[in-house]
Ligand binder design. Structure first.
Ligand SMILES: [Zn+2]
Length: 245
């Protein structure tokens, strides 16, 4: 994943827990296909795509054969990254990379992200809890959304009606009826490529207010690697720690 802040700090990845013990739910979808495909919709729902006339016995057989894969994948899907407690040396997700939190005596009013892989904050900022992190994410998203919006509006002769940063939990961005753009500060946990993808996506909505083929064609032209940015979000959105504004 493209990210200018990649410095191999993956050892800081927090341990994850899978507490959900609900039974796995199976959903069978029959269609004109030749093979059986298994796909998790979420940690508790397995979609089984089968040819029209596949017997239940055959489906059971496939589930047996794939039992190890199903267990492993389900565990992975259930991983959720914990909400930071703002403790010294704690891993913090910032621009798609795990950073170490360092609490040191400074007069800095804002977190210092100048050192690769490290976020430095004062004890006073640590005492404010995740509000400090929200401020960092908010400032970062304000800066980056303008940065990318400027690039794309100039290059594609587009325009927007201002940018707002919100705490939205279910959508990364939106484009209002008067072309005002909205981005969630939660996006600052994602890599730069994902952030760029969402900004380009919302700007493409100033041209097409739909998700039809014409829209995706334009987005692909604007940002040929947009799918790479989208992939990280699809893969990790459900794992992001959720904390209030
Ligand atoms: Zn859209």
């Amino acid at each position: 994943m493209h990210c200018t802040r990649k410095h191999g700090y993956n050892d800081a990845m927090p341990s994850t827990t899978s507490t959900d013990q609900r039974p796995l739910e199976y959903r069978i979808e029959r269609s004109n296909r030749k093979t059986i495909e298994l796909r998790f919709l979420d940690a508790n729902t397995l979609l089984i795509k089968t040819p029209m006339r596949t017997s239940q016995a055959r489906i059971n057989e496939v589930l047996q054969l794939k039992a190890a894969w199903i267990a492993k994948t389900r565990k992975l899907k259930a991983e959720v990254w914990p909400v930071p407690k703002m403790l010294d040396r704690e891993p913090i997700l910032f621009l798609g990379e795990w950073h170490r939190l360092q609490i040191i005596n400074t007069n800095g009013k804002k977190p210092d992200t100048q050192t690769p892989g490290i976020i430095k904050i004062s004890p006073a900022l640590a005492a404010k809890g995740t509000a400090t992190l929200v401020q960092l994410y908010r400032d970062t998203m304000r800066e980056l959304s303008h940065h990318y919006a400027d690039i794309y509006t100039k290059r594609w002769n587009l325009s927007h009606n201002g940018i707002r940063i919100s705490g939205a939990r279910t959508r990364w961005g939106s484009c209002g009826p008067n072309n005002s753009l909205n981005f969630s500060w939660r996006l600052a946990m994602a890599p730069l490529l994902s952030i760029e993808n969402v900004v380009a996506h919302e700007l493409a909505h100033t041209v097409y207010r739909n998700h039809r083929a014409e829209f995706w064609k334009l987005l692909k032209k604007m940002m040929p690697r947009y799918e790479e940015g989208q992939a990280w979000l699809k893969q990790n959105a459900h794992r992001l720690p959720v904390f209030p504004d």
